[in-house]
Design a protein around this ligand. Structure first.
Ligand SMILES: C[S@@+](CC[C@H](N)C(=O)[O-])C[C@H]1O[C@@H](n2cnc3c(N)ncnc32)[C@H](O)[C@@H]1O
Length: 266
């Protein structure tokens, strides 16, 4: 599996020179939903590149072994739960294109409760669309999920079935904020999103691997418990407890990101 990625030059120039991103690490158990515009520029320069690398390495590895998800398809639909600034979307779409030259269109539904993050995500995807020649149609969903009720509203809003559903480093915030009280947040979110996944689609869950001080539980353990309680199966996952993945860009060489990830399907 490839574990080292370099941010493409156009993307590096765009986020740091045009959008004003900064490299600045934060503490664990952070809740980005509450961050303001200046914090989001720190996010863009630090965690956006990491998410790009995670998506490239993980989906790249999966598609090397099995590309029936995309074989021959000209259009793909994608839903990102907690998209933030969307680094993972650029990584995912790049890999879909790399493994299927015929890909022309990607329909992206991207949900996030942080409006500054969502605006940056749209800017990046519009630029990516121009640079790559892939027609990326983005439908942003600016919505904060406060509780169980909002999740059932989301269930009604999402009318499509998607080829790919992803969530990168977002469910940890639902755990920290106890959005679903004592329910396992991974389990609850998978339960809501699984019916929105096409029969041959994949759901990719990526998250940080820290011990959560609110639930007093390790997040990867919670992720596995949430998967186990749903009618789905794991088709690919990281080995060991976490996976170190590396990204190099103009502001940091070999920045490491340690994540737990699972690809699940019906
Ligand atoms: C750590 S960021 C990850 C962003 C992106 N997926 C990435 O990997 O770069 C978590 C994202 O989840 C969003 N989020 C957290 N809780 C949320 C909620 N209750 N409703 C909607 N979005 C939420 C935050 O606004 C933030 O953009």
């Amino acid at each position: 599996m490839e574990t080292h990625v370099t941010l493409p030059k156009w993307l590096d120039d765009y986020i740091f020179n045009e959008l004003g991103a900064k490299y600045c690490r934060s503490n664990s158990d952070m809740t980005v939903i509450d961050w303001d515009k200046s914090d989001m520029l720190n996010y863009l320069g630090t965690y956006f590149p990491r998410s790009y690398a995670e998506a490239c390495c993980i989906l790249g590895d999966y598609l090397e072994a099995d590309n029936c998800l995309i074989r021959g398809k000209e259009a793909i639909s994608l839903f990102d739960f907690g998209c933030g600034t969307g680094g993972e979307i650029v990584g995912i779409v790049s890999q879909l294109k790399k493994h299927n030259e015929r890909l022309k269109e990607v329909h992206v539904h991207a949900l996030d409760g942080n409006h500054d993050a969502l605006r940056l995500c749209e800017s990046v995807l519009n630029t990516f669309s121009q640079k790559s020649g892939i027609d990326i149609k983005i439908s942003p969903i600016a919505y904060t999920i406060e509780d169980f009720y909002d999740m059932s509203v989301l269930n009604k809003v999402l009318q499509n079935e998607y080829d790919v559903i992803i969530s990168f480093k977002a469910i940890c915030e639902f755990v920290t904020k106890e959005r679903f009280e004592k329910d396992n947040a991974y389990g609850h979110i998978i339960k809501t999103l699984l019916p929105k996944l096409k029969q041959k689609g994949i759901m990719l869950l990526v998250d940080v691997t820290s011990y959560n001080d609110v639930t007093k539980e390790w997040l990867p353990k919670m992720m596995d418990a949430g998967i186990k309680n749903n009618p789905c199966r794991i088709v690919h996952k990281n080995e060991g407890y976490n996976q170190p993945l590396y990204i190099t860009h103009s502001h940091k060489a070999s920045d490491v990101s340690k994540v737990a990830w699972r690809i699940i399907t019906h």
